[in-house]
Design a protein around this ligand. Structure first.
Ligand code: DX5
Ligand code: ZN
Length: 220
């Protein structure tokens, strides 16, 4: 299997949402990344349940929903019902992560855990067996268009080594500041899902940029 490209809609044009979604449908993107922010877990507020049905209707790729919200367990069923196919909650936002992960998996979709730049991958040691995806944040969550934090690359390597050692097949998603300039290094480090917001939507030719990211040689 080739690596996965998941453009982040946060950088899309909300005045012409259907055009952004048409572009994704036409493209080689594998998933569409949806950033939900509550103004509590992160300083920013993005969009929420009201927009989801429109995105779901307009997009024919799987929706990779990234919940940057406190107490995400309260919203699991709602986002599954709204069409999420991958649902990721933050390690830092949930006291009962194991239960939340089970709840997501019981609904038959992929369960992800995201970690902030300051959170050690070692903290996932006791839950790695349960999860389908780890989202390694390479910016402080809350905003698109930020600078990639290079210290995240060793975290990705360490996580991939843990997976290999334990023969686990979870995805490693890298989110924030990802683009043509660092994609290859990230894939080589062991990430197999690249989230790309600004680098895709602000590119002169977004379709070509997705194609370019997809065409990079990777170990996957
Ligand atoms: C940040 C979000 C990211 C963001 C990525 O809080 O989780 O998914 O949209 O955007 P870029 O690629 O522009 O850094
Ligand atoms: Zn995200």
């Amino acid at each position: 299997m080739k690596h996965i490209i998941a453009p982040s809609l946060l950088a899309g044009d909300f005045l012409h949402l259907s055009e952004s979604l048409d572009m994704i449908n036409e493209s080689q993107a594998d998933w569409l990344h949806i950033d939900i922010m509550d103004g509590r877990f992160v300083p920013n507020i993005s969009f929420g349940q009201v927009l989801m049905p429109f995105i779901k209707k307009g997009c024919n790729k799987p929706l990779d929903v990234h919940l940057m919200i406190e107490e995400p367990a309260n919203y699991i069923d709602e986002f599954v019902d709204l069409g999420a196919e991958v649902l990721t909650v933050h390690y830092e936002a949930d006291r009962h992560l194991h239960r939340t992960i089970q709840r997501i998996k019981d609904r038959g979709i992929k369960a992800g855990v995201a970690i902030n730049p300051h959170t050690s991958v070692d903290l996932l040691d006791d839950i790695l067996e349960e999860i389908d995806l780890v989202c390694v944040m390479s910016v402080n969550p809350g905003y698109g268009g930020q600078k990639f934090i290079y210290q995240t690359i060793p975290k990705v390597k360490k996580l991939r080594a843990k997976g290999d050692e334990r023969n686990l097949k979870f995805h490693i998603e890298i989110d924030g500041g990802v683009g043509a300039q660092n994609a290859e290094a990230l894939l080589q480090a062991g990430a197999d899902v690249l989230v790309a917001g600004s680098s895709v939507f602000k590119a002169e030719d977004p379709l070509k940029m997705i194609e370019r990211l997809k065409a990079i040689n990777s170990p996957f």
